[in-house]
Write a protein that binds this ligand. Structure first.
Ligand code: AMP
Length: 583
């Protein structure tokens, strides 16, 4: 079997690694293997990586950075006079990594494992797979970045013994050696995961923030620089993109220096202004000032750490190791803050930039049957639920089918019931998120199950499967009537799932045509609306009239089609009248 390469497709930087003699090796693309996730157009020449990054500061309009933030959206990106999908831009970065790997190593890259933040939604995971496809690659697996980092750490431990630690860990209870926390702060995303590191690596909990990263820290420095320029040079560059690009690059350099030094002087003389002249800024920043101006970001990461610990049902003294991943964890304040929480845990010094792609290459080795001992267990990043009516028909709620942090691959089913007698359609709305209320979660897809005539409370079995690439499949079945429907994901659309249509199995009946389906949906809407109102109305004449009309309507649906329209009009009028009064 050909080698499976590991790729960390990062917001700021990307890396490609492969197992060589059973050891992960990062291919030194762009010199040190840390390849800026930037593309830039120079005339008709497409630049990717370090060269694109160099050009991006001077020509931001012809360059694209941080495309990872847009993965899973339908936003178009302009490069030259062409529009691209985020997947196309990511594909250019992947292609560049693989072409360079071929040039350096002499082997074609065909199969890959790509990592994503643990908090990535299904849309974002699908988009990442699609980017791989568009780059002409076979994506064997999408895995979570923290999980990859832990795989790498485990490998270092197995081959070189316990790596040096950033702190002097205290003796912890014996069981703590089994638990690790991965803190991953990169250029654009933050992830934290709690792992059980036994014979297998198990992710107990993972959470994070897809909109927090090193770029935000840079912007805080930029804010100070803009203020200084406004004061001293009397020019407002807040909305002037070429100047902002230059200042961002300056700010990032200052931030990186502050990880080594107690203070840094920013001197920049070539800042472009809208009038064509350039201006200058000169400022001193101390590490202390920088830490104070970004403390709220660190606080946000700590809140996520606490959330992950709560989900894993562990106290800090149960964590034996804290693994730091992502370039931003070189900022000393981060390790210091984590040490306050996990004083006793070790913080092994493992390269925070390369551990994810190295871990992905280990996963590649596991898949291709190379000599790797670890087995990986991953979890669902979000709860997947189905929208249903509460018992009192008062409101809609999300009924979880696969709870967040369930080990994957997983298949779980739950039985629901129809609401009304001879209900024609069951609406199936799939939500992702932790709230009980659909409005607070993300609707990721919907379909309908056409039902055979049956009494109310007829059981509908709804089964969700979540596979190792993070993709969801739904199957719904009316028990005892062989009515079944399935849906699958369409990652290009925010409504991720596209219906495969309603199928009638076994008895081989034809699918309803569109008109009949629409009519059935309308009937379902009317009956549910009526029931909902009845459950809220006070006893009295109006309630009785509505209940009586609903009963006649349901009877007509079964016994006498010719009466349906007339009773439906009557029912709708009563519903409307009651709804108006409610308002
Ligand atoms: P990653 O996405 O893991 O490649 O991390 C990139 C982020 O780490 C960027 O925001 C970099 O500016 C930041 N970074 C890299 N090296 C350092 C450093 N020594 N100190 C602070 N931040 C750094």
């Amino acid at each position: 079997m050909s080698k499976i390469y590991g790729i960390d497709l990062g917001t700021t930087n990307s890396c490609i690694s492969v197992l060589k003699d059973g050891k992960p090796y990062t291919i030194p693309v762009d010199g040190n293997g840390i390849v800026p996730s930037v593309v830039s157009l120079d005339g008709s020449n497409l630049l990717v990586g370090r060269k694109a990054w160099n050009r991006a500061a001077a020509f931001p309009e012809q360059s694209i950075r941080s495309v990872k933030r847009l993965m899973g959206t339908t936003e178009k990106l302009k490069l030259g006079n062409k529009d691209y999908d985020p997947e196309d831009i990511s594909a250019m970065i992947l292609r560049y990594l693989c072409d360079e790997a071929l040039r350096i190593e002499g082997h074609e890259v065909e199969k890959v494992v790509i990592t994503v933040p643990a908090y990535f939604s299904d849309a974002q995971r699908r988009a990442t797979m699609e980017a791989g496809k568009r780059a002409g690659l076979t994506v064997e697996r999408i895995i979570n970045e923290p999980t990859a980092a832990a795989l790498f750490y485990d490998h270092v431990l197995a081959s070189d013994g316990e790596p040096e630690s950033k702190n002097s860990a205290e003796a912890l209870p014996k069981e703590a050696s089994q638990y690790a926390l991965v803190y991953d702060l990169g250029g654009g995303t933050f992830d934290v995961s709690v792992l059980h590191m036994g014979e297998i690596i198990e992710v107990l909990a993972s959470t994070g923030d897809t909109h927090l990263g090193g770029d935000d820290f840079d912007k805080r420095i930029v804010r100070h620089l803009l203020h200084e320029i406004k004061e001293k040079e009397k020019v407002d560059l807040e909305d002037y993109v070429p100047a902002l690009a230059r200042l961002n690059a300056v700010a990032e350099r200052a931030k990186i220096s502050l990880s080594e030094k107690a203070s840094v002087r920013v001197e920049e003389t070539r800042i472009p202004t809208p009038k064509g002249k350039s201006c200058t800024v000169s400022m001193e920043f101390s590490r202390e000032e920088f830490e104070a101006m970004t403390e709220d970001f660190v606080d946000r990461t700590v809140a996520s750490v606490e959330k992950a610990m709560e989900e894993a049902k562990l106290s800090p003294d149960k964590i034996g190791k804290v693994l730091l991943v992502g370039g931003m964890t070189r900022m000393p304040a981060i390790a210091a803050r984590l040490e306050q929480i996990f004083g006793g845990a070790r913080m092994p010094v493992v390269d925070p930039d390369l551990s994810v792609s190295n871990g992905a290459s280990i996963q590649g080795g596991i898949i291709s049957g190379e000599n790797c001992e670890q087995i990986l267990v991953d979890v669902t990043p979000h709860t997947l639920s189905l929208e249903s009516l509460t018992y009192d028909y008062e409101q809609l709620e999300c009924s979880p089918i696969i709870p967040r942090n369930t080990q994957i691959p997983v298949t779980r089913a739950r039985t629901f019931a129809t609401v009304s007698h001879h209900q024609r359609i069951a609406e199936l709305k799939v939500y992702q998120g932790e709230s009980r209320f659909p409005a607070d979660n993300t609707l990721i897809g919907e379909t309908y199950l056409e039902l055979a005539p049956a009494e109310a409370h007829c059981p509908i079995l709804v089964e969700y499967s979540y596979d190792l690439t993070g993709i969801v499949h739904l199957v719904a079945e009316q028990k005892g009537y062989s009515r079944k429907t399935e849906i699958r994901i369409d990652s290009r659309n925010p409504q991720l799932f596209s219906s495969q249509g309603l199928q009638e199995i076994e008895d081989g009946a034809d699918d309803e045509d569109e008109e009949a389906e629409e009519q059935a949906i309308a009937i379902n809407f009317v009956t549910q609306r009526a029931r909902n109102l009845i459950s809220k109305m006070q006893d009295g004449e109006k309630k009785n009239a509505l209940a009586e009309a609903l009963a006649r309507y349901e009877k007509a649906l079964v016994d006498d089609d010719s009466l349906v329209d007339e009773i439906e009009d009557e029912l709708l009028a009563l519903i409307e009248e009651e709804a108006l009064e409610e308002e």
